[in-house]
Design a protein around this ligand. Sequence first.
Ligand code: NI
Length: 171
Amino acid sequence: MALLPILRFPDLRLHTKAAPVEALDASVAALIRDMAETMYAAEGVGLAATQVDVHQRIAVIDVSEKRDTLQVFINGEIVGREGACESEEGCLSVPGVRETVPRAERVTVRALNEKGEPFELEAEGLLAVCLQHEFDHLDGKVFVEYLSRLKQGRIKTRLFKQAQDDKDAKD
Ligand code: NI
């Protein structure tokens, strides 16, 4: 297992649209294990393959309090949305930023699990928000893109500066 480097906004690779997984082979299984390890190590509730620069439709999520309920979504799709809510979100690709964005309150999702078995899930609350956030990543969308241009600009400036400071600290 290995920790994978996480791309940071405004890295353009975060805007890549992921392709469906065609075969659940050993490399996909290894990727899922590494993504889970990376998500837990970073204390995130979800991670999309896009964020580790792999452009396949895979997301891992754990919204449980004990951090012991990993959910894997391969080729996941939102097939139903109901209601509306405001959700305060953060993202491992946008460190230090929390912003409120509009989401559906409940979603129905179809996906394959890590064994390749199809399943359908109705979600609400944090899981529903997390699914929308991660599936957006797979479509090349980062949550801050729901904000105004002005706010996005400020976040970009802040993250550029942060990256520069991190780099200076290492030099
Ligand atoms: Ni994210």
